[in-house]
Design a protein around this ligand. Sequence first.
Ligand code: GDP
Ligand code: MG
Length: 711
Amino acid sequence: MAPPVVMALAGNPNSGKTSLFNALTGAHQHVGNYPGVTVEKKQGRAFCEDRRVEVIDLPGAYSLTAYSLEERVARDFLINERPQVVVDVVDAANLERNLYLAVQFMELGVPVVIALNMIDVAEHRGLKIDVAKLSARLGVPVAPTVARSSQGMEDLLRAVVAEADLNRPWKPKRISYGRDLDNALERMVGLIEADGWAGEKYPARWLALKVLEGDSQIRDLLAEERPELASRLFDLAAEVEKHLAKTLDETPEGLIADYRYGFIASVTKEAVGHKLEKRLHTSDKIDRVLLNRLAGPVFLLLVLYLVYQVTFSVSAPPVAWLEAFFGWLGGVVESGLPDGPVKSLLVSGIIDGVGGVLGFVPLIAIMFFAIAILEDSGYMARIAFIMDRVLRVFGLHGSSVLSLIVSGGIAGGCAVPGVLSARTLRDPKERLATIMVAPMMNCGAKLPVYAMLIAAFFARYEALMFFLLTLIAWLMALIASWVLRHSVLKGQSTPFVMELPPYRPPTLKGLLIHTWERTWAYIKKAGTVILAISILMWAMMSFPGLPAERQAAFQARLAGADRAGAARIEAERAQAQLANSWAGRAGRALTSLTRPLGFDWRVNVALVGGFAAKEVVLSTLATAHSVGQAERDQEASLSSRLIREPGWNPLTAFTLIIFVMIYAPCLVTLAVIRKEAGLGWAGFALAHNTLFAYVLALLVHQAGLGLGLGG
Ligand code: GDP
Ligand code: MG
């Protein structure tokens, strides 16, 4: 039996890579991470007749230059793992732009097969692509596909297996970059080959190109491993750079891109014909309205409001069921176990704490579904486009929009990929400003905290409140970045060109997969990290117990009390115990600081826990109000407990929401900021955001009191 074939799947974002991966591998897939980075690694298995094909999904990338983490991961995988074939998914409707990546694979020399995807769209737009000619001009096999409806999979797999079986060594394609660059390249190749270091791993001309393009990863590698060779190569590169600047007013990088596109244009000129009557395609017509300077933003706000409205009305019943379920479960455990720390841990620490977070799974899932619709339809890119105009005024870059949206700009993202995605920003100051404000967005961990407080104090205005919170988060991020860009991060802003993928009706399968992936991540986090922190917080709230003489005093009072009196004394004892615990002491120590914000010491405890992860604010509040209770009353969700609690009112809740929104990024985010920008900036983010949150919450609370809202 012939050995299995190993192929890697690559392509620009939105080319249909995920659809093709799913169509090829069906149910045979599993997901992990690339070693050492938080970039998802999907693997699956396909069959060509009975030959096995292992499919590895590379992260989406526009180029093979190490501008972004994704691009670097994709490149390192190719160079180190050497898959037999790379299938490059190319959007036939945007052929030129997509072929840019294909050309880079060819230059690297790895065997390529092109999946010419979305030919249905291309045809609809009146593009006539001569597949045979395209393949001949490029010198690689091309297989037309419609990934969304699984067309062309057999032919594609046959081409892949045939290419793999040729078993040819890597054959870097040589593109001419004009006399100046070609000359320099030749000299550099000579030096590299004489040194012999790169060997088979890196094609010499490719290395030379990377040095000319200013690829920092390759430059650093060279400087570290071969300092002498590196300095000679860098000198040569600097020389050409100066020469080009003088003669053509161009950078090597820009010129290299020009020649690559020139190569592509010459290929497509021959292989692609246009029918002229369909020049203005549907997407352009839609964009005339949706990207209109006036109608665009109005439509965007309407869409957001609709998303929140639908999310809350659809998720209300299942959220209520889950809440009732956890209430019931707590009751069963409560009556089934003897009093003691085990019961308290189970009921107050785990069921009330983690259950409080898990109870919002339906809301999270529906929110993710709505967001998947925005993404898969192509509208998310328009949101970025509209926001770009606003952001520029505040000193952020167009690419920052994407980081902010990934971090939860619409709701329910995560600042970790948000901070990482800021790597696409090449201006260090714009990048740092983005990293500082991305954690202020309403990430998935903050949602359940908001949802609980809103359910308690703003029950009739849920969608409106979420809508407002989205606007507030953006406004605060913009204010903060404006201040940063006019103080510590002062500098010019760099221009930005936004690519707008065409609109497409999303498929149900795609939506469900996207929703499930994210919802599952939320559930997993609640069941692991949040569970562990909840147990820790419970312990901090349960120990040490009351000193013996105070216990005895309560015991004595209980002995003489009637039933109603006993319940009151029990409640008092529970409160006294909680106040005396380690967490209670810490919370009380902070009260002078947080009293002007209207927070009591139990909120302080929750906020301290929230430094670890924002969900912990919710689980800790739940545990604190559960530990501090003598008799469990069955119905009482945390929301309904808080309403009855003295000191809690809509103003307190709103102040708390604002504080949670802005204050310190969670631990994981801080760790990523440290890795991305250094310890100093992580410390800055911690201090700056917490201070900003404090000032804001103070303003909100005092203004609210002034308006007589504290009642
Ligand atoms: P990725 O970003 O590269 O992973 O692309 P996806 O697989 O998520 O596809 C983006 C969108 O294009 C989805 O809405 C798909 O349903 C759609 N799509 C993918 N392949 C095709 C195709 O061949 N034809 C058409 N019309 N749409 C496609
Ligand atoms: Mg995808």
